[in-house]
Design a binder for this molecule. Structure first.
Ligand code: E4P
Length: 222
């Protein structure tokens, strides 16, 4: 599975990328505004930090077809490799995804709320599909809908990958990893909750304490 970080916080990106196997970074307009910096600065910071093999996803802001295409062209040129354009699956967006495929621009179809709209975006040539798992839960069972999507793509031999998005807790992430999701984009707090288990800290504390009691030091070798 590809682990992607859903943030524009460069400190969080660096901290987690040092610890874990991170495939890339996703942003959206709201995520970029949360950085408190201007968009050009944030985008450049992240682009400079990521290795050329890591993926960087930036979302268009314009909503009309011509505007989306203009921004998609510019986003795709930010880096020579592994730059992907996020396009919401509106009518205009679907048309743009189809055109991007023709022009060789890699896309992620985003703001997905149903397996059906995701599947149609995949047919238009989207490279990734981002169903909004947590937000979908306001309309039904988001996790089940994404499981359906995985199955629909598999049965139809579609190459498009699902990068499940909009996570609010570790159990949503867990359920979809178990279902064989190809990628998840997770906010840093969800990732920290996955790795900072209190039981692990207690166990390590016990090892150190017992060792020190027995040998009077906290290292294996003197
Ligand atoms: C990522 O691609 C999405 O834009 C993001 O996960 C949406 O998350 P939210 O539902 O927390 O806004």
């Amino acid at each position: 599975m590809e682990l992607i970080l859903d943030t524009a916080d460069i400190k969080a990106i660096k901290a987690l990328d040092e610890l874990l196997t991170v495939t890339g970074v996703t942003t959206n307009p709201t995520i970029i505004t949360k950085s408190g910096k201007d968009p050009e600065t944030v985008i450049q910071e992240i682009a400079d930090y990521l290795s050329e093999d890591q993926l960087f996803f930036i979302q268009v802001v314009k909503t009309d077809y011509e505007g989306i295409m203009e921004e998609a062209e510019r986003i795709s040129k930010i880096r020579p490799k592994n730059m992907l354009v996020k396009i919401p699956v509106t009518r205009e967006g679907l048309k743009a995804i189809k055109e991007c495929k023709k022009r060789g621009i890699r896309t992620l179809a985003t703001a997905i709320y149903s397996a059906d709209e995701a599947f149609l975006a995949a047919m238009n040539g989207a490279d990734y599909l981002a169903p909004y798992v947590n937000r979908m839960c306001n309309y039904g069972d988001g996790v089940a809908e994404v499981k359906d999507l995985i199955e629909m793509l598999r049965i139809n031999n579609m190459p498009t990958k699902v990068v499940a998005a909009s996570f609010k807790n570790t159990s949503q992430a867990h359920e979809l990893i178990k279902a064989g999701i190809q990628a998840e984009t997770l906010p840093p707090d969800v990732v920290w909750n996955m790795i900072d288990h209190p039981g692990t800290k207690i166990a390590v504390g016990e090892f150190t304490m017992n060792w020190q009691k027995a040998y009077g030091r906290t290292t294996l070798f003197e």
